[in-house]
Design a protein. Structure first.
Length: 152
């Protein structure tokens, strides 16, 4: 009963080593303590470009900004004329089997997705159409698509 096994001695050595390591770390933290520094060491500045720096900004580069011109929150929406929403374009691609295609806007030359559910009548490639643009989760898509009447 009075005899310690090798395993108990090893466990005791490990505990003492961990205690020493913990004490060393505590001493190291005390010596490298950053508390108690002066105000100048903690000061940060914003330069004329909006970047944070350790040097004060140059007073010559100071700009006066009118607080009334600062916009807080989202921009106010300007009412859009309904006539501007209707656009004209040419069908560049349409797949009847899959039910989708693309229309090239004549004004902006951008390609807009169109789905068969948004058609008032059947369309095919090179048809001239009128449509409205609606922003969907994947980008712009054409809605209320109508074939333009052919002029003779």
């Amino acid at each position: 009963m009075g005899q310690e096994t090798m395993n108990k001695k090893e466990k005791e050595k490990k505990k003492q080593k961990n205690r020493r390591d913990k004490e060393e770390k505590r001493e190291e933290r005390k010596t490298n303590n950053n508390k108690g520094k002066g105000l100048d060491a903690m000061m940060a500045y914003v330069d004329e470009n909006g970047d944070i720096s350790s040097t004060p900004p140059d007073p010559k580069k100071k700009r006066i900004i009118d607080p009334e011109t600062i916009q807080l929150g989202a921009a106010k929406r300007i009412p859009i004329d309904p006539a501007e929403l209707i656009r004209t374009g040419v069908v560049t691609f349409f797949n009847d089997a899959k039910g989708y295609g693309f229309i090239t806007d004549l004004k902006s030359q951008e390609s807009v997705f169109v789905h068969v559910n948004q058609l008032s009548e059947a369309i095919k490639e090179k048809d001239k159409v009128t449509f409205e643009i609606e922003m969907g989760p994947k980008g712009a898509s054409a809605v209320s698509v109508k074939k333009e009447a052919k002029q003779a």
